[in-house]
Write a protein that binds this ligand. Sequence first.
Ligand code: 3H9
Length: 684
Amino acid sequence: MTSPVRTELHDDVLVVISDNPPVNALGAAVRQGLKDGIKEGLANDGVKAIVIRCDGRTFHAGADITEFGKPPMGPSLPDVLDEMERAPKPTIAAIHGTALGGGLEVALACNYRIAVPSAKLGVPEVKLGLLPGAGGTQRLPRVVGVEQALEMTVFGNPISAKAAEASGLVDRLVEDDLAGAAIAFAREVAAKGDHPVSSARTDKLPDAAAIDGIFEAFTQKNGRKMRGFDAPAANMRCVRAAAEMPYEQGVKVEREEFMKLMTGDQSKAQRHLFFAERQAAKIDDVPKDTPLIDIKKVGIIGAGTMGGGIAMNFLSAGIPVTTLEMSDDALERGRGVVGRNYAGNVKGGRMTEAQAKGAMDIWTGTTDYADLADCDLIIEAVFESMDVKKDVFGKLDSHVKQGAILASNTSYLNIDEIAAATSRPDAVVGMHFFSPANIMKLLEVVRGAKTSDAVLATVMALSKKIGKVAVVAGVCDGFIGNRMLKPRQVEANKLIMEGAKPWDIDRVFVEFGFPMGPFQMSDLAGLDIGWHRDESRIETLRDELCAAGRWGQKTGKGFYDYDDSRRGSPSDEVEALIAKWAEKESRPQRHVPDEEIRERCLYTMVNEGALILEEGMAQRASDIDVVWIYGYGWPRYTGGPMMWADLTGLDVIVAGLEKHAAEMPEWPLSQMLKDKAAKGETFN
Ligand code: 3H9
């Protein structure tokens, strides 16, 4: 087998070049190649310096994640990098694309780093539930200082080459011809006697007396964002070791912490999500070379909260949008909201004033369907009613050019029925955005019975361009996400009638890792959504809450009572109302243990997920995980509902569901779930 690493001798400089597409991951063969390359450079007396660089689109983007969890092969990355750092000849990393994780660790083990301005450098291991495990947690703080190392390891976001230059992570930026510039730079530094060795540096480390303060301040500022995750704290412990211990001891701490994370469930779950997200973009039965429709202009029907948010996705990506509304007033209101959102982005440093203006400049409004005629994609975001949607699609059919994609943002209606209102059902697809649509990353792409391959492939490719994670769903009530929300909501509502308090249910959800529980969620969304608004007609607990003005956060009371800063506390009034309704419906009150709340609210979701798979409404279990992670705040470190079920044990899930079968006749057990549990199989 030929090595993915080759060497080129340029007189007195040896260049070690990796070519391991797509991202030059540091698999066993690359590690061996780097080791051999260094050895070759050291063995040749004529070589005065060694350059490490990559062909293809990027410098090493990290260890090869597909090797994780398998028996170790070849030389380990820490060993290769130690050898590299010990080399008595200067080593120079020449960086383009992304130097990430193990890739940045390679660069840190070199004496020097040069980069093109477009390069990005980072240690994203934390996003995989890990930490830089090849000396990175020890070398990085020595090169950039403890504060920046904390920021980079705990959040995992890459920094620009310019920022890296400012912090000393990059020694020089070169505009072009990185390969040539690296050789010239190598000759320049080879003439010097001493070369900086990352692991031996102490100049950026803080005084012992300052260490407590740095870590306390960091925890105070960021503690909330790390809730539930193991890896951020492990990264912090390693950076602290770098600040407090000699390198050799710090590396031991790093190794121990790395192995703990690597063998734990959280990293397994987060690594699963890395591949799940990429897999979701692939549609099994649509050929890869399906020609895409060129989307130069987008039409949106509706300038309300949803329509405005959807528009922002395209405007921010530089794609012109025309929004249709019923009146100029409605258009003006929508323009105001989007304008304020962009102003907020500018204020928060998320975009420049020029970018915000550029986005607003390519947005036009109309009240005339004829103005949508030349759009390549039209997304309808009007009231959730089949009649209204059919009317809109009929009009689109008669006004919009052939070849355009007609999409509905419906969150549960039947796409095939909507498509039937047109003469071109193959052009119709669901694009279910999540609110706020300019922020939430999930897009459920609903494939109708007649949706063409070109339409589907185009929408999937376009979603990546606008920064969304898209998942294909089949036509069923609520698609993937809202369909699974239903059992959870129904069971939570039943449980409060049996004696569980809304705040106990919410607590169980928050302890599980959700940002909030179902009743906190209802209060945030508004209990009045879908309410008939007739205060004299009280048929349910919700009617009674609404009639009492308990509409949720916006009226200062819902399931909870809210103070001026919208902090909720348990409500005696609500407790009394629940007791009244429980009596009316002859439901005896009892103590409901937390375990039962989890089993009835979460296990039923897994069961619904299995039914979705059984019916072919999702392509794969990992797609369901992606939906719940990106659309509903399911905790990342559990890997999503189906991965969490795998890790919990499907036999445990089935036993839990069977235990409550009598109270839950609405949710018949999925045969797939039962079979997999019986055979000891998993979903992922
Ligand atoms: C680490 O380094 C641990 C060390 O500290 C310690 C060791 C002891 N491995 O994302 P894309 C695949 S942990 C294997 O669509 P983009 C990916 O699955 C690692 N495969 O491209 C996809 O495959 P497919 C730390 C990888 O241009 C294809 O490459 N590093 C890896 O949108 C294209 O990927 C990271 O966490 C990998 N490391 O984005 C960085 N990376 O085509 C992870 C990618 O079959 N990678 N693949 O679906 C990324 O963030 C992005 O891939 C990157 C490119 C920004 C590089």
